[in-house]
Write a protein that binds this ligand. Sequence first.
Ligand code: RNT
Ligand code: ZN
Length: 409
Amino acid sequence: MYNKAKQEYAAYGIDTDKAIASLKDIPVSIHCWQGDDVVGLDGGGAASGGIQTTGNYIGRARNFEELKADIKTAFSLMPGKKRLNLHASYAVGATVDRDKYEPKHFAEWVKFAKQLGLDGIDFNPTLFSHKNVKDGLTLSSPDEKIRNFWVNHCIACLHIAEYFADEFNGTCAFNIWLPDGFKDVPADRLTPRLRLKDSLDKILACGYDKRKVTVAVESKVFGVGVESYTVGSNEFYQNYAAKNNICCLLDNGHYHPLEYVSDKIPSLLAFYDTVALHVTRGVRWDSDHVVLLEDEVKEIAKEIVRNNATEKVKIALDYFDASINRLSAWVTGQRAMQKALLYALLINHSELKELQDGADFTALMVKQEEYKTLPFGAVWKEYLRREGLKEDYLTEIRQYENSVLKERV
Ligand code: RNT
Ligand code: ZN
């Protein structure tokens, strides 16, 4: 089947072996927080601040050992180059508060990620699920003590990110997301933003190593209970990032439903060296459903591949589903992202671009439709085979569920 597919794609000017080899090298950063419903290990409890995990499937990882075991099993079923995306709330054995976290609280994660042969660790300060989220605000709080606490937390995290970069001889993507906003019509929209701007200035002035840590800011349109106003809006962060030489993180659940991240990627690539992504699936709202091989995910992958931006765009996953087996959720989403990238790698983009520039929109439409029914599945299967994997991952996950997850009561 693969050889037949190879010939069919060759007729379109596409080398399937080359596509497979390229796919293997595109890193995808996988979020640790799918394994435990974003609870974390530092006692903060269930996710708060406008985000919510729904469902009650058996087997949530309740501690570091369980989370590691689940990650190990899930990652073993994922093809391609993998990075681990950690939140600060996953500190191990910390007896100090979040503003005093140190690399040593993450040394066990480094050891683990090296054992798994991962490409690196990415990092996120955790500005939610904590008593210092005061009246829903962190870095934009009117209370200076609260702002300082979170500034210090972010600075502490930047140094931990440098440590991750050093340990893996690479870079660490560092994403700042905060829940700050209001449920109802505010009386002042500007001052909280000015306070956030000032807090971010203080964080970035800490002297972190820019060659090692890529700082991103993640905007959002609204959250549960924070429907009317978000301090860190899209315009706020895009301007902040541009003026301060950091990058934007686009989460495709964070915009109005008719706005597309696939269209925002090339807009930002016109101005930025780096664009960070949280690939997710919002169903009617920022619901963080498991990523599936849907049209928008394919469009996102196309924008990355056809603009030669696989190194510029930092791909990370961000979803949390507690209503199904959590390992299956992890693997399904990661494989869907990989499939989308392979789909994009199996398109002769220069030919399509020529049709666009030559205004032959008729042929462009016909060709784009043809790609949809080429034997993509056969190439995907071959990729999995070369990665030592099968299409079926459910059997192994079911076994793990029966022998490990069911014991967690
Ligand atoms: C929330 C943001 C944020 C979080 C993670 C846990 O709406 O998407 O990225 O999901 O940091
Ligand atoms: Zn996100």
